[in-house]
Design a protein around this ligand. Structure first.
Ligand SMILES: [Zn+2]
Length: 75
């Protein structure tokens, strides 16, 4: 079945962001289960971002400490 005939048969529609099932246009998920999964993924992504921010901050602090140490030891 080609994509065009699929569109003609089902009309405008979206796909579930989790499992890819065809769903009414404008919807994001096919079920509460997929909605929960999606929100969990989002939460994990946010946590990952927080962790990477932490590492960037830690690297910055480390650089400052290294700089201060070399400055103090150079005296
Ligand atoms: Zn789904």
């Amino acid at each position: 079945m080609s994509k065009k005939s699929y569109e003609e048969r089902w009309g405008p529609h979206s796909h579930c962001v989790i499992c890819g099932n065809a769903i009414p246009e404008g919807e994001k998920y096919c079920s509460e289960i997929c909605k929960t999964k999606y929100e969990e993924n989002l939460k994990n992504a946010r946590r990952q971002q927080k962790i990477s921010y932490f590492f960037i901050a830690a690297m910055g602090v480390l650089l400052v400490v290294m700089f201060l140490l070399s400055f103090l030891l150079g005296q």
